[in-house]
Design a protein around this ligand. Structure first.
Ligand code: WQD
Length: 389
């Protein structure tokens, strides 16, 4: 692997060849950051690194500016000796037993994220997503790398999401088990189990709780947990897309399989919800907007715009769209009919999950710029460029 320079600063991105990770690496580079990607390719492929380079080089050819450096290390973030070697390579002796690292911050995407799989394989999920996180944080602390952006999820709102109101960060059960429900009533609940319906969701909740406790114990940590709503779409250049390994369960990848003939029709999980058209409502956020939410979070942490400690941020549009509206939007941009049939609801689904997005706007200076139509258009563009359709 290409040696790291002995002077530059880098952002360390674990899981950086994944769907959201790769788009975030591109946006980090556009903002001038050098990046080191650690990815074990368990849910990605090494050619994504080439596609990141293609997308970045296209951008910098247009701007004429120097393209930052990006390195890929094919390794598991839980491989402590390998991670120690990597951290050593950018570590400098500091004052007292502190060290100075040229890793200016970490964006941690590496985690398993398939809800149904997590129900079948909880131990594997808790080892990778929670035990791995703990060991990783201990290593980062040893090397004084304490700016940490955590990939979290709206799934931590659990059944609180069933109201039709916007989900606010304080709605999530934390610390003392207090939470504000969607009608604004403060309620007591056993911490963390406000209806989170999968081991995957609990690994995100436990991850947030661990990070919150670490930040409270040591003010040198600056930790932002970003709660993603429903990421869709892909980079407008069409080199990066969502290529999940195995059978997808998320709506857009399933719709894509119907469009490309790999599935005969879309099963719509219920049209008996209390929503305008009866199908469930979600906050579909363009993955490029989501990626920019990470660069905004890193910059806010670096410039100390965010006080030391732990803080959660919703990354969503604040607007809800139903399953039917998604299908119609994709049909509109592609002129491809997407056959679908109504089936019974899926276990664990909630009626509506839409972000209150004001905290990220006010504190990170970040808002979404793209909409569902853009996401469908960019997805279709990706499919055509890769002649999948
Ligand atoms: C969206 C809507 C389905 C597929 C999940 C995870 C969450 C996060 C994002 C990681 C729902 C409906 C879907 C299909 C359908 N992942 N649907 N037919 O469930 O909101 O969130 O992905 O952090 O943790 O829970 O996303 O895309 O699976 O479903 O009708 O074939 O589309 O019922 O209403 P979801 P989704």
């Amino acid at each position: 692997p290409s040696p790291l320079s002995d002077t530059d600063g880098y952002v360390l991105v674990t899981g950086g060849l994944g769907f959201i990770g790769s788009h975030t690496v591109v946006e980090l580079m556009k903002e001038g950051h050098n990046v080191v990607i650690v990815d074990d390719l368990s849910n990605s492929a090494s050619d994504v690194f080439d596609r990141i380079l293609k997308t970045a080089h296209l951008h910098f050819a247009r701007t004429g500016k120097r393209c930052p450096k990006v390195h890929f290390r094919n390794m598991n973030y839980r491989d402590v000796p390998a991670m120690r070697n990597l951290l050593d390579s950018v570590s400098l002796p500091g004052l007292q037993n502190e060290r100075r690292s040229r890793f200016i911050g970490v964006i941690h995407f590496a985690a398993y994220k398939a809800v149904e799989e997590s129900i079948r394989q909880p131990m594997r999920y808790y080892h990778n997503n929670v035990v791995g996180l703990l060991d990783f944080l201990a290593l980062l602390d040893e090397y004084s790398v304490r700016t940490f952006i955590f990939s979290s999820s709206a799934t931590v709102y659990g059944s609180l999401a069933d109201g039709s109101k916007l989900l606010r960060e304080e709605h999530c059960v934390h610390e003392n088990g207090l939470y504000v429900d969607v009608d604004g009533n403060t309620k007591l609940s056993e911490p963390g189990y406000a209806g989170i319906t999968s081991p995957y969701g609990r690994t995100k909740y436990f991850g947030e709780a661990i990070l919150s406790d670490i930040a409270r114990s040591d003010p040198r940590w600056r930790i932002l947990a970003l709660r993603y709503f429903n990421p869709v779409g892909c980079d407008v250049e069409g080199f990066l897309g969502e290529d999940p390994k195995g059978d997808p369960s998320n709506l857009l990848p399933v719709v894509v399989k119907v469009m490309t003939g790999q599935l005969s029709e879309l099963s719509v999980y219920g049209d008996d919800w209390n929503t305008p058209d009866g199908t469930a409502v979600r906050d579909f956020i363009h993955v490029t907007d989501l990626a920019k939410g990470h660069t905004a979070a890193l910059n806010a942490a670096q410039t100390r715009q965010i006080p030391a400690g732990f803080r959660t941020f919703n990354l969503g549009t604040g607007c809800g769209n139903s399953v039917t509206e998604v299908v119609k939007a994709m049909e509109g941009v592609s002129k491809v009919i997407i056959p679908s049939k109504i089936v019974s609801r899926r276990d664990g689904d909630v009626q509506s999950s839409v972000a209150a997005a004001d905290r990220a706007k006010n504190e990170l200076g970040w808002t979404t710029e793209k909409n569902l139509h853009d996401a469908c258009r960019d997805t279709y563009n990706y499919l055509r460029l890769r002649t999948i359709i």
